[in-house]
Design a protein around this ligand. Structure first.
Ligand SMILES: Cc1cc2nc3c(=O)[nH]c(=O)nc-3n(C[C@H](O)[C@H](O)[C@H](O)COP(=O)(O)OP(=O)(O)OC[C@H]3O[C@@H](n4cnc5c(N)ncnc54)[C@H](O)[C@@H]3O)c2cc1C
Length: 468
């Protein structure tokens, strides 16, 4: 056990105060810790890159950062890797690349651990979330009959669907078996569109694309992407340097500096309308390795994010709604548009006027339907679209952002069935969240069967699945 100091997440919006904190060296030590703390609340953290209160809890906390092995397997023409829980995505990519392999899907960053990433349904664009590709999960938990710690490998049926995205409720994940594939190249180029319909049509040609609704310009900047069997572009290295300097550093420093100005709202609008769109090279096609193309250094500057998932047929209306709400929030004198809301919601919207100036591109990513019980893109007949809303305000200045996000999350849940990302700001109540997942009952049953007293649930998760 190391000293029990508070742990803080990336966004500095969640502090965890464990009663005991461990960094076990191997699986046997995890089992030993579980036996030592029988009956106490016990949970794991990854790299604390979630903004929700999913990581850790109020009792014993474990970090599996020393569990780092990655082993490749091959049987009956399929390949998969057994990845130890504490391994970060960037390390996995590096180890797989040495053998010509990569992960089937990637988020925007690679800092997360594999256990943390699958536990909240981490996703990228144009494929399923990482959870979908999980073949087996090895967990340490208690035997409900004897109360003694044991290890279980969950590899089939509804239990596997639950374990693929489980918010840490099924026990301490020790390793994950994940599908892998050959490394591949991605070609990308940017184009701007006035409306969302042609952007969605372009998916047939560019299945991996993601796009940004530019605030205050209200146009769609699309990162058209597709897998290609081409070589890396000769000047791909230069493109990477340009991207790093102009977007990863430049755009973020510009936004951060502007937010410190007295008339920041005006300047932000000017920048998004007149300056930022012209810094992106249009129609320049570049090809590079997927593990370079699909990610960015989004973790360089502290920020906070909420992400809402809507089904494809709801996307155009949902984006129009987000735009209208952000316009209202952006000015104390804005008119209140008719958004077909009930009277209390109109009152809440009116109260938002002038409270929050949105200042970051609204990223939209397509996520295919997952074979899981509760990842955000689970279930349904249509692809899901994740709409991301980010604030770079300092933690003490986030009140306006949070109020606007609370309004968007509650009203978009009712209007569009929007599901908040489990690992991002998640302001809905337990009842609202449960309503969004038709298979939540099956998930609860699996959790109750394996952990009837709820020792692997923190206070937030206990509102979703109360201990029996
Ligand atoms: C800058 C930034 C960019 C991001 N980009 C994306 C993105 O592109 N797409 C996306 O979907 N998400 C994204 N996220 C969110 C992030 O992927 C998720 O929140 C992810 O869960 C974080 O992983 P982590 O290792 O930090 O886990 P933590 O945040 O520490 O934990 C997440 C969950 O996993 C559980 N957990 C962790 N380890 C174990 C274990 N060994 N056993 C059991 N449970 C465990 C925790 O209890 C918790 O419930 C981003 C976050 C940041 C900060």
């Amino acid at each position: 056990m190391t000293t029990v100091a508070p742990l803080q997440n990336f966004g500095e919006n969640v502090t965890i105060r464990p009663t005991a904190y461990y960094e076990p060296k191997d699986e046997a030590e995890v089992v030993e810790i579980l036996n030592r703390h029988r009956g106490e609340q016990i949970r794991a953290v990854g790299r604390l890159h979630s903004w929700s209160t999913a990581p850790g809890g109020e009792g014993v906390v474990l970090s599996l950062k020393h569990l780092q092995d990655v082993t490749l397997h091959q049987r009956d023409g399929t390949e998969w890797a057994t990845i130890a829980a504490g391994c970060q995505v960037k390390t996995i990519l590096q180890k797989l690349k040495e053998q010509g392999k990569t992960l089937p899907s990637l988020g925007l960053i690679t800092e997360q651990t594999i256990a943390g990433a699958i536990s909240t349904g981490t996703h990228g664009s144009g494929r399923n979330s990482l959870s979908h590709y999980v073949r087996a999960v090895r967990v340490a938990r208690y035997d409900p009959a004897s109360g003694i710690a044991m290890i279980e490998t969950i590899e089939s049926g509804t239990a596997l669907q639950a374990a693929r995205c489980s918010l840490g409720c099924l026990g301490i994940i020790l390793s994950v078996d994940m599908q892998v594939r050959y490394t591949y190249a991605v070609e990308e180029h940017f184009r701007e569109y006035d409306s969302v319909e042609p952007v969605l049509q372009a998916e047939a040609e560019y299945p991996l694309q993601q796009f940004y609704l530019s605030p205050w310009r209200w146009k769609f900047l699309v990162q058209h992407r597709r897998e290609v069997s081409k070589r890396r572009s000769r000047l791909a290295w230069l493109y990477r340097i340009h991207w790093f300097l102009s977007v990863d550093l430049g755009l973020h420093l510009l936004i951060l500096t502007t937010l410190r100005l007295r008339r920041s709202n005006r300047v932000i609008r000017f920048l998004f309308r007149r300056v930022i769109p012209h810094t992106v090279p249009r129609n320049l096609k570049v090809t590079d390795d997927s593990s370079k193309m699909l990610i960015m250094e989004h973790e360089l500057f502290r920020h906070m994010e909420m992400e809402l998932f809507v089904p494809r047929d709801q996307l155009p209306a949902a984006l129009e709604y987000v735009q209208q709400v952000l316009i209202v929030a952006g000015s104390a004198t804005s008119d209140i548009p008719d958004l077909n809301l009930d009277a209390p919601s109109v009152e809440r919207l009116t109260a938002l006027r002038g409270l929050y100036g949105h200042h970051y591109p609204i990223c939209v990513r397509r996520v295919c339907v997952d074979d899981t019980l509760i990842s955000m893109s689970s279930g349904g007949e249509q692809d899901w679209y994740a709409i991301s809303l980010i604030s770079y305000a300092k933690p003490r200045d986030r009140q306006g952002f949070l109020q606007a996000m609370d309004f968007l999350a509650t009203t978009m849940k009712r209007k569009f069935g929007a599901r908040p990302h489990w690992g991002k700001y998640c302001p809905l109540s337990a009842e609202e969240l449960i309503e969004l997942y038709p298979r939540f009952g099956a998930f609860r049953e699996i959790c109750e069967m394996r952990d009837p007293t709820g020792v692997f649930r923190n206070n937030w998760i206990r509102t979703l699945i109360p201990p029996t």
